[in-house]
Design a protein around this ligand. Structure first.
Ligand code: HEC
Ligand code: HEC
Length: 364
């Protein structure tokens, strides 16, 4: 048993949770461990690409249009507007009559460096980490290419799915600032899809919140959590939520059927008719509403109500005994959620990007 897990066990004993003997290693919560440091030049190249609308068909959308630091690297919207949108966050709207919203809620990309991480399995290699609400993509590098090819998110209608990456690489190869930056990071030679994916995902891996109050508490700072937050954690475990929201990420990264239907019936880019979704990580949960894969719930209260009244309890043994909190216990759990959402993270927005376009895309 390493020190971190011991601290956690003591914590559970301290707050008097009787579950200590039954909590398996798989289910225990733990602070986010330090990662291998990412090379700074690659992170900074990735940041420029992340903010540069040059990577969208019509040069109007960037990754940051939907994953913005002001909204916990999500976008605060139920469903997202990519191509044909203006503005940021919940105020982002369809400026173009032909524009469509995504069929899924934009998830935060904070801490995706830990996707798939459980104490029993460890942190999976970044090439196999589960990605998206339905785990349909493996690895951050592979994931980073998908939005570029998605018609609704970034591609638009002027380039076919099969030629989009070649078009983007050609744009980068014609931009002297990018050519110099890629050469200094990856050495001489043509800019490739692998380089592009590597720079984007290296930047993403640098976006972590290791210093939340909960992490500091588990590392030994007794004053990092208020009494209310400690009660809230205990209540969260007692309510049966930790059965699935387990491990350092508050997710088992398994697929479960809760009975939430997709809101919109237009086909997804990949995988239509899904009825199982990955347990959402609850890290940053106080900052990343609306909730669930389809952004159906606007508030945490709506989520508690859902687990009380609407969840399909028959399909998953882990749901059978779930009893969501009420009244002041609910306030306590909300306070505990704040303690896993208050970690500092990198919010730097580049002043300009090599294309000369507006960082983040869209009009002012
Ligand atoms: C139009 C809005 C939009 C844009 C632009 C966008 N995303 Fe996303 N992103 C989403 C949505 C919606 C999801 C969830 C999709 C799903 O699960 O089907 C998502 C999911 C992700 C995930 C998965 C996180 C996880 O925990 O599984 C990552 C990583 C990500 N996006 C990175 C990027 C990168 C990198 C770019 C730019 C190349 C980008 N996104 C551009 C909306 C967007
Ligand atoms: C059987 C496993 C399971 C249990 C038990 C469970 N959850 Fe979940 N939770 C999930 C899954 C799966 C999702 C994603 C569902 C979706 O998107 O359709 C989710 C999503 C959430 C979200 C939304 C997060 C986001 O960013 O959108 C919150 C909040 C949440 N759960 C809180 C709770 C609470 C509170 C409890 C206890 C009362 C609980 N969960 C019990 C599996 C579970």
């Amino acid at each position: 048993m390493n020190a971190r897990i011991l601290v956690l066990t003591l914590f559970i004993l301290n707050v008097g949770c009787n579950a200590v003997s039954t909590v398996s290693l798989e289910q225990q919560h733990a602070p986010l461990p330090e990662l291998v440091e990412q090379p700074v030049d690659r992170v900074e190249l990735g940041r420029l690409l992340f903010w540069d609308p040059i990577l969208s068909g019509d040069r109007d959308v960037a990754c940051a249009s939907c994953h913005h630091p002001d909204f916990g690297y999500a976008d605060g919207s139920q469903l997202s507007v990519g191509v044909g949108g203006t503005g940021i966050g919940p105020a982002r709207s369809l400026s173009d009559a032909s524009a469509r919203r995504t069929t899924r809620n934009a998830m935060t990309i904070l801490n995706t460096a830990y996707n798939g991480f459980t104490l029993l399995q460890g942190n999976p290699r970044s090439t196999v980490a589960p990605m998206f609400w339905d785990n349909r993509s493996q690895g951050m590098e592979a994931q980073a290419i998908e939005p570029l090819k998605s018609e609704i998110e970034m591609r638009g209608v002027h380039y076919g799915r099969d030629v989009m990456i070649a078009e983007l690489l050609s744009r980068l190869r014609h931009n002297t600032t990018y050519v110099a930056a890629f050469e200094s990071v990856f050495g001489p030679g043509d800019i490739t899809e692998t380089h592009l994916a590597s720079a984007l995902s290296t930047f993403e891996r640098s976006l972590v919140t290791r210093q939340s109050s909960f992490d500091r508490f588990l590392r030994g700072d007794d004053r990092a959590l208020t009494a209310q937050q400690q009660r809230g954690y205990q209540q969260f475990v007692r309510s049966g939520c930790a059965g699935c929201h387990s491990g350092p990420m508050f997710s088992d990264f398994q697929m479960h059927h809760l009975g939430i239907k997709d809101l919109v019936d237009q086909p997804h880019d990949v995988g239509d008719g899904q009825d199982q979704f990955r347990t959402a990580s609850l890290r940053m949960v106080s900052r990343t509403g609306p909730y669930m894969h389809n952004g159906r719930f606007g508030s945490l209260d709506d989520v508690f109500e859902f687990y009380d009244e609407q969840v399909d309890r028959n399909t998953d043994p882990l749901l059978a005994d779930v009893e969501p909190p009420f009244g002041s216990a609910r306030d306590d759990v909300r306070a505990f959620f704040e303690s896993i959402s208050d970690g500092e993270y990198d919010r730097l927005i580049p002043y300009s990007v090599p294309s000369g376009l507006r960082p983040g895309g869209g009009q002012p």
